[in-house]
Design a protein around this ligand. Structure first.
Ligand code: AMP
Length: 516
């Protein structure tokens, strides 16, 4: 086995896969013998230096929900989120690093230390969330050699292990996020065409619908609240998830509800559940439509639909996709594992490209025919103030320079002009987002470009953005008259508040916490 790994850091479950000696990815079970690990954390009551991660954390949650964390992926990149435990304020990156630490630790038991990893993220994650995920990896003592989009990882796994060819749609509905990606596959050549997603749509939203049905059913019957404290809520959240999974196998599920006004039997049919989640499923339908439009094709042009993510086990998902595309989606492999497996393949490809002499002949032989061509997942632009021809007023707008879905590597330029006589400074902003209104895009870098003095307005400034296959962006602002340049070089989220030194210091601080 190599020490190259891929990690699927999921909202509800996480998994780790490593590359074997011939470049095939294999899931490594955790210390409990399970192939996937709940992304759940519990801070031990008795010994505050011990942190439980995985199934034990799920089981302990009812004892003290205040010391438990689930679904932290929904908060990753949120700079305001803090969880205070025993006097320490935990950030989403630090909490996610505990899950990664458990995966690294367990995978290392039989395979030696895991060092170089690729971590998967939803395709629609912005720079801040991607950087936060990488930081979590570094804090866990991992060397994060790359980030891969979850549907791309799933496609990499399918395309290299199954008979997949032509236009392929990956429908990835996990615990907390939804992604849909279109790609073209020819042999082991994979070309990503476009991606869409919703970072707040997944299994936990379906669980919430069931929980609402429990609460409403109890209220209707007993005229009283079912849930009166956080411990009970935690218990019924788990019951709701269990009921949802049962409804993937059976037409109805029965549960006992125990509230303060007495107990009751409660039944939910699959039809009732599907009606309740219809607005959520419709959101995935809309994104499938958008992706078809972005890819410039019709449903009948799609040759294969691949499923990833545990929520695709719901029959309604499969039924809807079959209706839309006229054939059943591909369900050959475990939907919970394909993202981690694909991320491990991506780790091998990254290492092969960046440090080919550090990879064994077996692995490079196994991966030599695999080619992945990705696209920009977002649009990148800059803020400018062109004059409105009709009103003569300057209007501040976001101008896109690198459009979303441009194949990588890519480079694009546009020309802008200084606005006033004697202008010696230009505030340059790099934006991420589709909108022309600057208020609706992320400002991912802002710098001041010093210009020569004593010149009239209207001096040309050439702005060039390039994006390489390692997700590194380079921006050049060039004053064409003087030849003066301002370069903004940037790896994913380099403008984020945490520098590499900060992250490494956090990693040191976290060493004292024992993860079990
Ligand atoms: P993932 O993040 O891909 O591991 O997906 C986890 C989500 O899949 C969780 O919300 C699970 O409740 C959900 N899930 C797993 N198995 C099933 C099932 N049989 N039916 C419905 N949802 C499921």
């Amino acid at each position: 086995m190599s020490n190259l790994a891929g990690i699927d850091l999921g909202t509800t479950f996480s998994a780790i896969a490593i590359l074997n000696d011939i470049g095939k990815a294999e899931i490594v079970p955790n210390a409990e013998g399970e192939r996937i690990t709940p992304s759940a954390i519990y801070f031990d009551d008795a010994d505050s230096s011990i942190i439980r991660v995985g199934i034990e954390a799920v089981n302990s949650r009812h004892l003290n929900p205040d010391r438990s964390v689930r679904w932290i992926k929904r908060h990753i990149g949120d700079t305001d989120y803090r969880l205070s435990i025993d006097g320490k304020d935990w950030t989403p990156q630090e909490l996610s690093s505990l899950i990664l630490k458990k995966l690294k630790q367990d995978a290392g038991i039989e395979n030696g230390e895991i060092t170089d990893v690729v971590i998967s993220v939803p395709a629609h994650f912005d720079e801040t969330r991607r950087k936060a995920t990488m930081d979590a990896g570094t804090m866990a003592g991992l060397n994060v050699i790359g980030i891969v989009n979850e549907p791309v990882a799933a496609a990499l796994y399918y395309a290299t292990t199954h008979n997949v060819a032509g236009r392929v749609l990956v429908y990835d509905l996990g615990g907390g996020t939804f992604d849909v990606t279109m790609l073209d596959v020819k042999d082991k050549d994979i070309q990503i065409v476009c991606s869409q997603g919703d970072h707040a749509l997944g299994g936990i939203d379906f669980d919430r619908k069931i929980l609402e049905m429990f609460e409403q059913g109890y209220k209707d019957h007993h005229d009283s609240e079912l849930i009166s404290c956080r411990e009970e809520r935690a218990k019924y959240e788990d019951e709701a998830e269990d009921a949802k999974k049962t409804l993937s196998r059976r037409d109805a599920v029965k549960k006992m509800l125990y509230g303060q006004a007495g107990s009751m039997r409660f039944e939910i049919s699959r039809q009732q559940f599907e009606e309740a989640i219809e607005p959520l499923i419709s959101r995935t339908d809309i994104l499938v439509e958008v992706i078809l439009e972005e890819a410039g094709c019709k449903a009948t042009d799609v040759n294969k639909v691949i499923l990833a993510g545990g929520s695709t086990r719901m029959p309604v998902v499969r039924k809807r996709l079959q209706q839309k595309f006229g054939f059943a989606p591909e369900i050959a492999v475990n939907v919970d594992e394909c993202v981690a497996l694909g991320a491990a393949i991506q780790a091998g490809l990254t290492k092969l490209k960046d440090e080919p002499d550090k990879i064994s002949a077996g692995i490079s032989g196994g991966l030599k025919d695999v080619r992945l061509k990705d696209v920009c997942n977002h649009s990148y632009g800059t803020i400018c103030a062109p004059k409105d021809r009709q009103t003569g007023q300057y209007v501040v707008e976001n101008r896109i320079i690198l459009p979303k879905n441009t194949p990588l590597p890519c480079e694009k330029s546009q020309q802008f002009y200084t606005m006033v006589d004697g202008q010696t400074q230009l505030e340059v902003t790099v934006t991420q987002g589709e909108d022309t209104d600057p208020d609706y895009v992320n400002k991912i870098a802002t710098e001041v470009f010093e210009l020569p003095p004593d010149r009239p307005a209207g001096r040309p400034i050439k702005v060039t953005y390039s994006y390489d296959t390692n997700q590194r962006m380079h921006c050049r602002f060039e004053d064409e008259e003087s030849g003066k340049n301002l370069e903004v070089d940037f790896c994913i989220g380099a403008n984020d508040e945490l520098t590499r030194a900060d992250v490494e210091q956090k990693a040191q601080e976290l060493v004292s916490f024992k993860v079990e």
